[in-house]
Write a protein that binds this ligand. Structure first.
Ligand SMILES: [Zn+2]
Length: 281
């Protein structure tokens, strides 16, 4: 546990709890083992033996446990890495209580309880649940035999992860808990998968958009042409108004010109009369 000293806040509930569980799980059993990664207390690797009297009896399965920052208030996520024919690999599967409270996780549960529940849950039928695989017994047995040679890049040969002759079976209390546990894959997928689903949702939008646009343009085109006609009408009326306006101003200017001419003639006549008077005097 020394590797986590100084790296994590040891006063935090989740850190305290995970360090305690790591100590409790230090000794491997013949059915399961689990340990946190050296560099990350919130990611564990586990190994489980397939339940006896099942298609998985010969199998040894390895996987990751991702613990939320809120652990143990929120449940761990389990990801199986060894092909097994019951759960999809590299997919988050979460544990819940089946029945009336499907989303309930009890903070009193632990990584050990989760692993015991996972072992017990393996032989149950998948019935098309997300993340479940309904392989034939033959296929599962074949995968079980193959699983023994699985090597984890972090942990090495997984069969070495299990002890021989060390058994820590579930207590009566744990058994009653395990009986009502269910596992299902999360509907919300990993980021790359959600990207794909986003892509899927955008595809129909993309295909429908042009058709909508076409429909819209088909609807708009008569309106647009009608609008254009209205505009044309308006522009012609405006033009006719503009055409009339210079004519009107021309009329006014002709009248003005005439008026000023008459005034000029009158003024000149008066001037001539005045001049004539002056010369005569
Ligand atoms: Zn590993």
């Amino acid at each position: 546990m020394d590797q986590y000293q100084g790296k994590y806040n040891t006063k935090s509930t989740s850190v305290k709890r995970l360090m305690r569980e790591a100590t409790e799980l230090q000794e491997a059993t013949e059915d399961y083992s689990a340990h946190p990664l050296d560099e990350n207390l919130f990611e564990w690797h586990f190994t489980i033996r397939g339940p006896p009297d099942s298609d998985f009896a010969e199998g040894v399965y390895h996987g990751r446990i991702l613990l939320p920052a809120e652990y143990p208030m929120k449940p761990p996520n389990i990801i199986l890495l060894t092909p097994n024919g019951r759960f999809e690999v590299n997919k988050k599967i979460c544990l819940s209580i089946s029945g009336h409270h499907p989303e309930t996780w009890q903070p009193s549960w632990s990584i050990r309880t989760a692993l015991l529940a996972l072992i017990a849950f393996m032989p149950t039928p998948g019935i098309g649940t997300i993340g479940s695989l309904d392989f034939t017994p033959e296929e599962r047995k074949k995968l079980a035999a193959k699983s023994q040679s699985y090597v984890c890049p972090e942990c090495g040969k997984i069969t070495d992860e299990l002890a021989t002759g060390v058994s820590k079976p579930a207590t009566e209390e744990e058994k009653s808990l395990i009986d009502c546990v269910a596992f299902k894959a999360e509907e919300v997928q990993e980021p790359n998968n959600s990207g794909e689903t986003e892509g899927e949702t955008t595809v129909p939008e993309d295909t429908s958009l042009p058709s909508l646009r076409q429909r819209a343009s088909a609807l708009h085109s008569p309106l647009e042409t009608a609008g254009a006609n209205v505009l044309d009408g308006a522009s012609t009326s405006v033009n006719s108004g503009n055409f009339q306006a210079p004519a009107h101003t021309a009329n006014i200017s002709i009248l003005d010109q005439h008026r000023s001419l008459i005034i000029m003639i009158v003024v000149m006549a008066i001037g001539l009369l005045v001049l004539r008077r002056l010369i005569l005097i």
